[in-house]
Design a protein. Structure first.
Length: 291
């Protein structure tokens, strides 16, 4: 890739559309090619003191132009979808999260991308055994892959009983605990209040690869050449597909087994005392077991 190709990549209409539609109502981050005083590449998550967001192609273009001198390289978004993103407090308030995605981050330590695909197949197969198959997609990013569950597969009924971040945290941990270890691979199952993952069709922050998405039935066909910025292969419907309610049973089972995400409880003092929250969590677990 030539030095100007990242900007050319983000002029591609499909790339802009995918990034904007995926990142809408998510807290985003931008990694730049420009380095700071310590030699590391600069990343931003706030714009004028407000959480960084992009909800339209106009806003995307404005961000690119505003930070063009820093050379935007990679775009990221949270697993969470928010009701609003106006202040720093909004991204710390769990009650502001209306959807959240379980995600497994498979990272190759030995460069064997085929091994990553086999591990992704293992996760997909396990999800299928728990009744989740129509709401799963895989995103290749850099040296590894992310297996996502579309958050819209969790119905409003289950989200009333279990907070979205608790669903994502419990489901991710529940499945990860059942995976067999694989030499040369690390599977991260960390869901927290502010972690971000590469956006579909973003460039990698260092490697000349595009984050492409594919449905489970294309996993065995995948080739690393699909991530070439000049000839990438991407399935735009893969990250949009879901079956509402498909994830409810898994969410309840995982929550009973794992429990809630405790860290990052509301920082504003309007939250309940910790002992009250613990008692309410125990009550939720009892209700799910009895249901």
């Amino acid at each position: 890739m030539n030095p100007h190709s990242p900007l050319e990549h983000y002029e591609n209409p499909e790339v802009r559309k995918e990034i904007v539609e995926y990142c809408r109502n998510r807290w985003i981050a931008i990694h730049f090619e420009k380095t700071g005083g310590d030699g590391t590449r600069v990343m931003i998550r706030y714009d004028g003191g407000k959480p960084l967001k992009v909800n339209s192609e106009y806003e995307f273009t404005r961000l690119i132009k505003r930070y063009v001198k820093y050379r935007p390289r990679a775009f990221y978004a949270t697993t969470h979808i928010y009701s609003k993103l106006e202040t720093r407090e909004d991204v710390l308030d769990r009650s502001n999260i209306i959807y959240s995605s379980p995600v497994w981050d498979i990272d190759s330590k030995d460069g064997d991308w085929r091994k990553v695909i086999r591990k992704a197949c293992e996760i997909v197969s396990m999800l299928d055994s728990f009744g989740v198959s129509k709401s799963v997609f895989i995103k290749w990013s850099g040296r590894g892959a992310h297996v996502h569950i579309n958050p819209f597969c969790f119905s409003s009924d289950v989200r009333r009983k279990i907070e979205p971040i608790d669903i994502a945290y419990a489901v991710t941990s529940f499945i990860a605990n059942r995976l067999e270890p694989t030499e040369g691979l690390v599977v991260e199952s960390r869901i927290d209040i502010q972690r971000v993952f590469t956006s579909p069709l973003s460039l990698h922050r260092v490697l000349d690869r595009v984050a492409v998405c594919l449905p489970p039935d294309k996993l065995e066909e995948f080739d690393i050449s699909w991530t070439d910025p000049n000839s990438y292969v991407h399935f735009p419907d893969s990250w949009r597909r879901f079956s509402e309610g498909e994830g409810d049973d898994l969410a309840e089972r995982a929550f009973i087994s794992i429990g809630p995400y405790i860290a990052g409880k509301h920082r504003r003092r309007k939250h309940k005392p910790l002992d009250t929250e613990i008692l309410e969590t125990v009550k939720k677990l009892d209700e799910l077991v009895d249901s």
